[in-house]
Design a protein around this ligand. Structure first.
Ligand code: GDP
Length: 173
């Protein structure tokens, strides 16, 4: 059981991924838009463990001071988190949004999984190139290429997430 945060710049496929996870895995969902910023999904899995997924669309709307805003959003979302999922897409070049997130990661002590989404648009070579590029920049617990739209490798991602979560029930009603 545990809290999982999904971050990433707009349009990388965070919602698509979350919807896929929910559709596949889940017996009960409660969707509480607790703040304007964070969409929170509580998931009771079939083996009775619980996962809380937090999507952080607030990251999408930085104001003037991008740096400050991003790190504030991320640290807010990360209170009590157990695992961080950072979603990037098939872009071969890292954009400014991704670079900012990358910088923030050093201050976050929980395990981080890099998800490379939209692998359906990439050749194997391109996937490997992207993996190598990010590997050089940060020490991730794992890097998982997926296709959120057709569900490819999401089972693998879920296994990895579960392996990084604390054992036993947490405290969610
Ligand atoms: P978010 O802003 O990060 O939540 O991104 P969305 O989930 O809204 O997805 C943005 C766009 O990318 C949508 O048009 C999706 O259909 C598309 N998309 C998401 N996942 C994939 C994928 O695995 N492959 C492809 N080709 N497109 C995807």
């Amino acid at each position: 059981s545990g809290f999982i945060t999904i971050i990433g710049r707009p349009n990388v496929g965070k919602s698509t991924l979350l919807n896929h996870i929910i559709g596949e895995k889940i017996s009960i969902i409660s969707d509480k838009p607790q703040t304007t910023r964070n969409k929170i999904q509580t998931i009771h899995t079939t083996d009775n463990s619980q996962m809380i997924f937090v999507d952080t669309p607030g990251i999408h709307k930085p104001k003037n001071k991008l740096d400050e805003f991003m790190s504030k959003e991320i640290s807010l979302a990360l209170q009590d988190m157990d695992v961080l999922i950072w979603v990037v897409d098939e872009s071969l070049e890292m954009g400014p949004g991704d670079s900012r997130i990358l910088e923030s990661l050093n201050n976050i002590k929980i395990p981080k999984i890099l998800v490379i989404n939209k692998m359906d648009k990439l050749s194997k070579d391109e996937v490997n190139k992207i993996i190598e590029k990010y590997k050089k920049r940060h020490d991730f617990a794992d890097i998982v290429p997926i296709s959120a739209i057709n569900g490819k490798n999401i089972d693998k991602l879920m296994k990895k997430i579960e392996s990084l979560l604390p054992e036993g029930p947490k405290y969610f009603p």
